[in-house]
Write a protein that binds this ligand. Structure first.
Ligand SMILES: Nc1ncnc2c1ncn2[C@@H]1O[C@H](COP(=O)(O)OP(=O)(O)OP(=O)(O)O)[C@@H](O)[C@H]1O
Length: 672
């Protein structure tokens, strides 16, 4: 209890309950006396030193600024004299009224100090107007434990209007207005590519500039209409070569193109057709088109499409992605005859790693005649820019052969456009970027050194408010895609998957996990459970095994393909009806590419994502912010799983021993 005892100040007098009233009076009188004494002390002090330099600049400024401070000084002196003489300022007022006035003035002063404190702590950098005397007194008051001498509140108010100075300090946090980032015009106002493929088909004959041979080939491959992205991009590329490979429209260097269109919208043909068309008239074989992709599988896929449409022309398409030995690839790229090296490739489809190896190690592999640089899955390729593959390509393109330093025909890195730089014409390098999730971050795109880029995008201008100012960028989702999420627990996940396959007869299903180990474990579990044709796909398999697996899956020999993100990007497997995110993806781009393995080429498809309770909120927010048209909740009745539970328990036991074997063989790192 003693801890909470509060001692009140009772004055020097003895406390007496019966004399409460007189004690308060005495106390009041004493306090008034003390206040008066202090006031007189202050006034006499001021007579000796008119301005106490406590506030430094503030006081100086006030002195310089104001007549009001001087008049206040004079007023104070007058007041002191009158006090000494026992006079009142007020007509008919005595000492008592003076005291009252002083008290009210003191109240006013305290208010001002409080106001000033408040102003400072409020973080507002206000201009505080006040006379020198006021400052003086306030400073003294601060020194004397906030006991403030008295001047008239009115005089303070009047002096406020006449003097002005800033109080230094007050650097507390201020609310800073948000910077509104503005996209460059080419990003903010793209050429719009319609998302709805089926209602925006364009007959192939109505796109100008495609030679009859190519049109015939398209028809033979079952293509009668171009998809919207193809109908936009093919003419744009063809226009840039309408005056030949050397000069673009109007004699200028052609503009680079960036294409952002949904997964499965036909971006591959959008660059294959115009490149084959543009190069088909070439005389000498030189590497004129380089297509860079992130994985071997994608390289193979795009290589196949090029081969299809280059067939029957003299164009040579070569793939360098590590599928063959390095020596074999070198032999397919160039040949040395009579001491002179000769290119054997017009179009090179490659992965960046292998490309860089050939630039540095393959004699005769020259990029000095390169006209098109296609960067597919561009956002992923930008992420791998730290490998500096692009700078190596650029170096190889503008490489000076010894002796050609002074040649006017030397290919120079483009600079400002001048009459001299345009003559003689030199092969321009045009970059074509493609992605379903192309970044709208100008800083990232800047790394690519684009020349007057043009953007083709499915993200409608209505939604293309500066994406950088939003928390997350907006992306394209295929029109025919329906998204679901399935709330679940960790232990029920495998049962849910089996339910989808065995009870609901989903087929073919492409199922994604977040790691090689998870893929293998799930594959073993489904296989041991039985009843499903299952295979796995990951970097654990050799390239030939992966190729065979994808083929089997496409031919419906496999009902369920469990994969890592190795199959998430670009892989085009015909007729995938269902995508299942067994493990929820961490990044929105991963999600978009995964679910984009279905609902391709204007078809419909379903995507299911298993979500643990803890993942739900963030995942749904991420998907909504990315511009998903809507993800629906799909509940599974626990009763539906009951018929599989006994078998599932037995399978888990078998799985444990199978995993032990795997661990001994070193093919899996951890026990589930
Ligand atoms: N005009 C067309 N008519 C019919 N089918 C087409 C047409 N263009 C492309 N396709 C088919 O559409 C499918 C998807 O094409 P493609 O792989 O080029 O899509 P994408 O936009 O590159 O997808 P991703 O972003 O996933 O890589 C392919 O099977 C392709 O053969």
């Amino acid at each position: 209890m003693a801890l909470f005892l509060i001692n009140r100040y009772l004055g020097d007098e003895e406390e007496s309950a019966s004399q409460n009233e007189s004690r308060s009076k005495t106390l009041l009188a004493k306090l008034q006396r003390q206040a008066k004494e202090r006031q007189l002390q202050v006034l006499s002090c001021r007579e000796e030193t008119p301005a106490i330099r406590s506030g430094g600049d503030e006081v100086d400024t006030a002195q310089k600024n104001g007549t009001s401070s001087r008049s206040q000084d004079a007023g104070a002196k007058r007041l002191a004299k009158k006090r000494k003489a026992g006079m009142s300022d007020q007509p008919g007022g005595g000492a008592k009224s003076t005291l009252k006035q002083e008290d009210s003035a003191q109240d006013g002063k305290i208010k001002i100090i409080k106001k000033r404190k408040k102003d400072r702590s409020g973080g507002e950098h206000k201009s505080f107007k006040q006379g020198a005397e006021t400052t003086d007194e306030v400073t003294q008051a601060q020194q004397k434990d906030q006991r403030v001498p008295i001047t008239s509140v009115d005089s303070i108010a009047s002096s406020s209007s006449q003097t002005a100075f800033h109080i230094l300090g007050g650097f507390e946090n201020k609310p800073v207005p948000k910077v509104q980032r503005v996209l460059p015009q080419w990003l903010a106002q793209p050429n719009v590519v319609q998302r709805d493929i089926k209602s925006n088909l364009v007959p192939i004959g109505s796109v100008q500039g495609i030679c009859p041979k190519l049109l015939k080939k398209l028809e033979n491959n079952g293509i009668q209409h171009f998809f919207p992205v193809q109908a936009e991009v093919i003419p744009a590329v063809l226009e840039s070569v309408s005056n030949g490979l050397l000069i673009g429209r109007g004699g200028y260097r052609p503009r680079d193109l960036c294409v952002s269109a949904p997964t499965g919208s036909g971006k591959t043909l959008a660059f294959v057709i115009p490149i084959v068309q543009a190069l088909s008239q070439r005389v000498v074989c030189e590497v004129r088109a380089l297509v860079v992709l992130p994985t071997k599988e994608l390289t193979q896929q795009v290589y196949k499409v090029f081969c299809t449409y280059a067939e029957g022309t003299s164009l040579k398409v070569v793939m360098v992605a590590g599928q063959k030995s390095f020596g074999a690839e070198q032999a397919s790229l160039s040949q040395i005859r009579g001491g002179v090296s000769r290119s054997l490739a017009d179009i090179v489809v490659c992965t960046p790693g292998r490309l860089v190896d050939h630039i540095s190690k393959t004699d005769g592999f020259s990029l000095q005649q390169l006209r098109f640089l296609v960067i597919d899955e561009a956002d992923r390729m930008i992420d791998s820019m730290h490998q500096s593959w692009l700078s190596q390509v650029t170096k190889a393109v503008y490489k000076n052969e010894s002796g050609s330093e002074t040649s006017i025909f030397r290919r120079r890195e483009p600079g400002p456009i001048t009459a001299a730089s345009l003559s003689p014409p030199q092969m321009p390098l045009q970059k074509l970027l493609f992605s379903a999730t192309l970044t709208q971050n100008p800083e990232k795109l800047q790394q690519l050194g684009l020349h007057q880029p043009r953007l083709f995008s499915s993200i409608h201008s209505a939604t293309s408010t500066p994406a950088a100012s939003q928390r997350q960028e907006k992306f394209n989702f295929p029109e025919g895609l329906t998204e679901y999420y399935v709330p679940c627990t960790l232990s029920k996940k495998p049962l849910l998957l089996l339910h989808f396959l065995l009870n609901l007869k989903f087929s073919p299903v492409l199922c994604f996990t977040n790691s090689r180990e998870a893929t293998h474990r799930l594959y073993l579990l489904v296989k041991l459970f039985g009843g499903v044709n299952v295979a796995e796909f990951s970097s654990k398999l050799s390239p030939s095994e992966r190729k065979k697996t994808l083929k089997d899956f496409e031919q419906r020999k496999i009902q369920l393909l469990i994969s890592t993100d190795a199959a998430a990007r670009g892989i085009d497997v015909n007729g995938v009806k269902f995508v299942l995110n067994y493990d929820a993806p961490q990044f929105i781009r991963t999600y978009i590419h995964r679910v984009g393995r279905t609902a391709r080429a204007g078809n419909t498809g379903l995507a299911f994502t298993f979500l643990l309770k803890i993942q739900e909120r963030n995942f749904l927010q991420m998907v909504a912010e990315a511009g998903s048209p809507g993800i629906q909740r799909q509940l599974v009745n626990p009763e539906c799983l009951k018929n599989m539970e006994d078998r599932y328990q037995q399978t888990l036991v078998q799985l444990a021993s199978a995993i032990k074997v795997c661990m001994l063989q070193g093919c899996i790192n951890s026990f589930p």
